[in-house]
Design a protein around this ligand. Structure first.
Ligand code: FES
Ligand code: FES
Length: 162
């Protein structure tokens, strides 16, 4: 592959500095999964529709399939692997406690979107507010009611912070 398509990309991923040479056409999702080894963000639609690939970019949930790796240069990236350690994350524990998943494919994206929502100043911490915030995250198993309950419970117990 020609060097003219290559760029050095440096960013922070889950608190660790990463620097790698990426093709300018590589998506952030493929780079995280195939180059950094983080398979928490899932490839569902690969076109910005399902939310399975959600990550936090400088604290905001974005679809990593719809971003180029080079666009993340200089940013702080957090994937599901970077939320909580050893099961300490209240939001993740709340998903387990409320049985908010079946196959689990959408779950990392749901939790990332919920994390971003709970961290937003003035977030509407109601079932309606959560539905709106997670409207870009599709669950093919139809676990929406339990997902909303899980996020509501995490919000009530202090915003889901570990
Ligand atoms: S895989 Fe990115 S939005 Fe569906
Ligand atoms: S738990 Fe299967 S897609 Fe959501």
């Amino acid at each position: 592959m020609s060097g003219k398509w290559k760029r050095q990309v440096s960013f922070t991923v889950n608190g660790a500095s990463q620097s790698l040479e990426a093709d300018v056409r590589d998506t952030l999702l493929d780079t995280l999964r195939d180059r950094v080894g983080l398979t928490g963000p899932k490839k569902g639609c690969d076109e910005g529709v399902c939310g399975a690939c959600s990550i936090l970019l400088d604290g905001r949930a974005v679809c990593s399939c719809s971003m180029l790796a080079v666009e993340a240069h200089g940013s702080n990236v957090v994937t599901i692997e970077g939320l909580g350690k050893d099961g300490e994350d209240r939001l993740q524990l709340s998903f387990i406690a409320h049985d908010a998943m079946q196959c689990g494919f959408c779950t990392p994206g749901q939790i990332i979107a919920a994390r971003s929502f709970l961290d937003s100043p003035g977030a509407d911490l109601t079932a309606e507010g959560i539905k709106n915030a997670l409207s870009g995250n599709i669950c093919r198993c139809g676990c929406y009611a339990n997902i909303i309950e899980a996020v509501l419970a995490a919000a009530r117990s202090g915003g889901g912070e570990p």
